[in-house]
Design a protein around this ligand. Structure first.
Ligand code: SAM
Ligand code: SF4
Length: 345
């Protein structure tokens, strides 16, 4: 009897070949962006044609299938999600699920448009957001993002704070760029009660004349520097994601460390990604994928077909990514052809 109940439950959930329960969908709603961060894309980036991008209705249909299969959290990402026209309509479409079968809808943003949308996000049920910010220095900000102004992002962050959105800052650790201002960054996060997560640069997509290796900073090194100035205590907190967390004694913020290259974290992966063209990527650091766009545009598609295809795709989730950093040769391995701006971070 119990095994029959378990079987029935399993039929409505997503479990991959490595017995990981998939409950978290990251959906990229556009590959476009108003910034050109040096580690993310080249200065002259080629973006996709509009017709290649799923409509919100198509995205919603896919999300609905995932929700029926036990997805509890959806993160909207990009490119820059807040530059997609009508994006608030999409949050509105998802909102009714928050009072029934979805626990959370969140957003990852570069913050440039937050001043316009913070209150609407909150009223559409978004309670937490991640804002990507790598420096508090105006000149460095311009250098890293090529097109951005730091003031716009800080203004957006303040608007989000005023709108009661809980904010986590994501910061890509960059050797010789932001590593010397990490103390100020941490102090600013403490003052504002923002959790702060550091990320290692990943080899995703061509970035033109830039070389990621020039600025690759292993987070073990960064953590050592931080520990010499702040009292860190490792904590067991997990968001189900790749970050390992520490608390700074005497503060109420958490510091996260995402180390795809120096330490693998895949054994607890609970996520799946869909890019803006409707391609499902089973892993950020592998090329396995399933294209759902044609299916979603087929008027004959039934809900049962969609569910079966999602289940089939999850059965092909690989065990782990192939990113790695060879410390002796100072070489970054596992290069992916696609950019992070296609799949979202
Ligand atoms: N535009 C939004 C933003 O910047 O928050 C959302 C998309 S962006 C691709 C998501 C995250 O990926 C950001 O925190 C960004 O810093 C990070 N990112 C982009 N390219 C990366 C790379 N090659 N390695 C590591 N992180 C990267
Ligand atoms: Fe745009 Fe985000 Fe990539 Fe920067 S990291 S270029 S903000 S998509």
């Amino acid at each position: 009897m119990t095994s029959r109940v378990n079987k029935l439950l399993e039929n409505n959930t997503l479990v991959d070949p490595f017995k990981r329960h998939i409950t978290y969908l990251r959906l990229s709603v556009t590959d476009r962006c108003d910034l050109r961060c040096t580690y993310c894309m080249p200065e002259k980036m080629t973006f996709l044609n509009k017709k290649e991008i799923l409509s919100f209705e198509e995205m919603y249909k896919l999300c609905n299938g995932f929700i029926q299969l036990g997805i509890k959290k959806i993160r909207i990402t990009g490119g820059e999600p807040l530059v997609r026209k009508g994006i608030m309509d999409f949050f509105e479409m998802l909102k009714p699920h928050l009072s029934s079968d979805l626990e959370e809808v969140t957003l990852t943003t570069n913050g440039t448009q937050l001043h316009k949308y913070a209150s609407q996000l909150y009223s559409n049920g978004v309670k937490r957001i991640n804002v990507s910010l790598d420096t508090l220095d105006k000149k460095k900000f311009k250098h890293i993002t090529r097109l951005g102004n730091l003031e716009d992002v800080l203004f957006g962050i303040q608007a989000a704070k005023d709108a009661k959105l809980k904010i986590k800052i994501n910061c890509v650790a960059l050797k010789n760029i932001n590593e010397n201002e990490i103390d100020d960054f941490i102090n600013w996060s403490i003052e504002n009660s923002f959790d702060l997560t550091f990320i290692e640069t990943m080899p995703m997509g061509d970035i033109g004349n830039e070389n990621r290796l020039d600025h690759f900073l292993p987070l073990d090194d960064l953590k050592k520097t931080i520990s010499s100035k702040f009292e860190l205590e490792d904590i067991s907190f997990t968001s189900g994601g790749p970050a390992r967390y520490s608390r700074i004694k005497g503060s109420d913020i958490k510091l996260g460390f995402i180390t795809p290259l120096s330490h693998n974290f895949c054994s607890s992966c609970n996520r799946i990604r869909v890019d803006a063209t409707g391609v499902l990527h089973q892993c950020l650091g592998q090329s396995n994928s399933v294209d759902f766009r044609k299916m979603l545009r087929d008027p004959g598609l039934t809900n049962a077909d969609l569910i079966e295809n999602i289940k089939k795709a999850i059965k092909q989730k690989p065990e782990k990514h192939s990113f790695e950093y060879d410390f002796s040769k100072e070489h970054i391995g596992g290069q992916m052809y696609r950019h992070m701006s296609l799949t979202g971070g």
